[in-house]
Ligand binder design. Sequence first.
Ligand SMILES: Nc1ncnc2c1ncn2[C@@H]1O[C@H](COP(=O)(O)OP(=O)(O)OP(=O)(O)O)[C@@H](O)[C@H]1O
Ligand SMILES: [Mg+2]
Length: 272
Amino acid sequence: MKKPLLQITNLHVQVEDKEIIKGISLDLQPGRITALMGPNGSGKSTLSYALSGHPRYKITQGSILLDGEDITDLGPDIRSQKGLFLSFQYPQSIPGVSLSNFLRAAYNAVKKEEIRVFDFQKMLREKAEQLDVPADFLKRFVNEGFSGGEKKKVEILQALVLEPKVIIMDETDSGLDVDALKLVAEGARKLLTPNSAILLITHYSHILNYLSPDVVTVLKKGEIVATGGAELAQEIEAKGFDGFGGMEQDKPKSSLISSKEKKKKSLLQVLD
Ligand SMILES: Nc1ncnc2c1ncn2[C@@H]1O[C@H](COP(=O)(O)OP(=O)(O)OP(=O)(O)O)[C@@H](O)[C@H]1O
Ligand SMILES: [Mg+2]
């Protein structure tokens, strides 16, 4: 087994003094897509914020290793410099800052190099074209007046510019029309290399038809209650989440993991 790019061990996260994430262990392997599914309010976004280093999401126990390095106590800027990228479920707008200037500033900060404006613009135009983002879009203020789908595309554009090692996509597929979904999925596939990994948070198995996950993990009430292969997403689509995380005998057999096992080992160790 290769060394995981992101290794989450027994992570507990509190928001406003309430424990939302209750001891999650999850490994992201290089070259692999892991889908994270779960009902509303199960803690998916909380997990992604905690991974990205948002100060409001307090890690009270456990650790996060990025490419072998402990990043549990590092700030969000250092985490992104080290190759972690979070695509937000609700991207913020930044009035007064053009998308192109924003992306160049992000590039310079993350890559720690000053790219020539001309070279950057050329690279950005090429990547924008791949996502069908019109050139005049790049002059507009970040997310100001962008439609829901346009915001999601811009999140992927940002990732394509920064070339992160670990990409967390929090419902990047929601609100996209069929064509945009295909473009975003293609963009995400470009982000996946033998040296990168994707955590794809989604409610629908639709995007998974374009981006086949290697692992599907189900989160419920802040705990991982099931893990399996791509077929697990189809099972969820057909049956909903009700069968997961209840009484042991009610759980779908293909994805049953006892709580004892869960505590002992990380889920991917169980799988491998
Ligand atoms: N800043 C906060 N203050 C108070 N409660 C919070 C905060 N952030 C998250 N929570 C609570 O944590 C729980 C998990 O929320 P989270 O946004 O992580 O769920 P989710 O799985 O991403 O849901 P969805 O599928 O709807 O996006 C919810 O009950 C939510 O109200
Ligand atoms: Mg969410």
